[in-house]
Design a protein around this ligand. Structure first.
Ligand SMILES: O=C(CO)[C@@H](O)[C@H](O)COP(=O)(O)O
Length: 218
């Protein structure tokens, strides 16, 4: 599978979100990664469905919405209506993650399950028929710009062994850079979320160079 680059808007200039979306699309990004944080499941607060809806007309790329909220279920429909294409929930995002995944699919969206660095792959084998994506966190969620946790690469390999040839994306999020993108792709990842390493520099030309550098490093 070709590796997709998903710029994370957490590292963008929030005062110019529309322009930033257009810039990373023009620069070659494949998906737009949007981190939804509630100040409870993670120690930070970001966007609600209204902001995602306001972002939607500014990009034709798939919106990859990562719900770092607990409980996630009451908000899934609102993010679907706001324009999400992929919606991912944490294993710890509610009492019945399998049901949350079914709800996401029932709304016509791709469903993802998220594994924090300290969360094991156990149980994933029972969700394979309900998921389109496994999001493996390589930092503890909440903030951009954190250091990549190398120990998680082994988990990526375990996820790949479980998903096999199924059409399930393996997405990596946290500290992705030219130093580890190739390693992650060889471990089985096919979607790389990148905040700092895409948005550094602040201009469309920088984003194009940064995305190309990630692709070249594969
Ligand atoms: O989910 C998160 C952080 O919780 C990420 O999506 C960050 O936005 C990644 O940022 P970098 O580590 O690439 O700077």
């Amino acid at each position: 599978m070709t590796v997709k680059i998903a710029p994370s808007v957490l590292s963008s200039d929030f005062a110019r979100l529309g322009e930033e979306l257009a810039a990373v699309e023009a620069a070659g990004g494949d998906w737009i990664h949007i981190d939804i944080m509630d100040g409870h499941f993670v120690p930070n607060i970001t966007f609600g469905p209204a902001v995602v809806k306001a972002m939607r007309p500014h990009s034709s790329l798939p919106f990859d919405v990562h719900l770092m909220i607990e409980p996630a279920d009451p908000f899934i429909a609102a993010f679907a209506e706001a324009g999400a294409d992929v919606i991912s929930v944490h294993k710890e995002g509610g009492p019945h993650v399998h049901r949350s995944l079914q709800v996401i699919r029932s709304l016509g969206k791709k469903a993802g399950v998220v594994l924090n660095p300290g969360t094991d792959v156990g149980g994933l084998e029972y969700m394979l028929d309900e998921i389109d994506l496994v999001l493996v966190m390589t930092v503890n969620p909440g903030f951009g710009g954190q250091a990549f946790i190398p120990a998680v690469v082994e988990k990526v390999k375990k996820v790949k062994a479980l998903t096999g040839d199924r059409p399930i994306h393996i997405e990596i999020d946290g500290g992705v850079s030219t130093a580890n993108a190739g390693l992650l792709a060889r471990a089985g990842a096919d979607v790389l979320v990148a905040g700092t390493s895409v948005f550094k520099g602040g201009t469309e030309a920088d984003y194009r160079r940064n995305i190309q550098a990630l692709r070249d490093s594969l």
